[in-house]
Design a protein around this ligand. Structure first.
Ligand code: NAI
Length: 245
């Protein structure tokens, strides 16, 4: 992937950071978008630079359409035309549906689903014009199997699968592929906030009996981004230790 330009949303930590680093190790120049913590984003940029990549971090709330468009422009100006878009930014606001406010429902949809749509729309014209491009959306097995307490999150991730398949069909003839990776239970800040009993319950649902690493997800993303996946589109690849079979 030497010389390719990749943009990873939510690349400041966790899975997004691992994806950004892996892409840099594979020869890409990489830009990350992040929501708030500049120190974490700067740390990722140092890792990317150490891997030999040109790198850039842009603060951007992907739920904000104009901000997403501006970020894509900024990245293209700084690094060159984008080849690979990874929609990884995501949030949770868990709670049982009976008690979930519509504000919490909407906030998760706005970032996880509408945010990805904003990024795709901002990148697609250049992909279509150049007749090449890779889009990889990070969904979740929650969106495939449902998960109590995650009506908002599971809906956003199921929506992301519909978005993946639809855009894949819309741009297949233009040399652009669109795929999704569905992680199961991965060790990041998102899972670190779980209490011990929730963690044990989660682990008991994983046939492989262990939590996954961000790098496990990054490997799948790199596969879709690479030349070897040129004839694959509209696919959802689970990286979940067998959690959802
Ligand atoms: P994390 O909470 O460690 O990192 C989230 C990243 O998203 C951060 O870089 C943050 O700055 C960014 N972000 C959040 N809101 C944003 C916004 N409005 N605009 C731009 N960036 C924003 O999360 P983690 O665990 O690394 O998850 C990454 C992705 O993987 C998410 O989409 C998540 O839903 C998905 N996932 C994670 C699983 C896990 O077990 N950790 C399991 C399945 C899916």
């Amino acid at each position: 992937m030497k010389g390719k330009i990749a943009l990873v949303t939510g690349g400041s930590r966790g899975i997004g950071r691992a994806i950004a680093v892996k892409l840099a190790q594979e020869g890409c120049d990489v830009a990350i978008l992040y929501a708030g913590r500049k120190e974490a984003a700067d740390e990722t940029v140092s890792l990317l630079t150490a891997a030999g990549a040109r790198a850039l971090a842009v603060q951007c709330n992907v739920a904000d359409e104009k901000a997403a468009e501006a970020a894509v422009k900024e990245v293209a100006q700084a690094l060159g035309p984008i080849d690979i878009l990874v929609n990884n930014a995501g949030i949770v606001r868990d709670g049982l549906a009976m008690r979930m406010s519509s504000e919490d429902f909407r906030a998760v949809l706005d970032v996880n689903l509408t945010g990805a749509f904003h990024m795709i729309r901002a990148c697609l014209p250049q992909f279509v014009r150049r007749r090449s491009g890779r889009i990889i959306n990070i969904t979740s097995v929650s969106g495939m199997m449902g998960n109590p307490g995650q009506a908002n999150y599971a809906s956003s991730k199921a929506g992301l699968i519909g978005l993946t398949k639809t855009i894949a069909r819309e741009v297949a003839s233009r040399g652009v592929t669109v795929n999704a990776v569905a992680p199961g239970f991965i060790e990041t800040d998102m899972t670190a906030s779980m209490n011990e009993s929730a963690l044990q319950k989660g682990l008991s649902a994983v046939p492989m009996g262990r939590i996954g690493k961000p790098e496990d997800v990054a490997n799948a993303v790199c596969f879709f981004a690479g030349d070897g996946a040129g004839y694959i589109t509209g696919c959802v690849l689970k990286v979940d230790g067998g959690m959802y079979i």
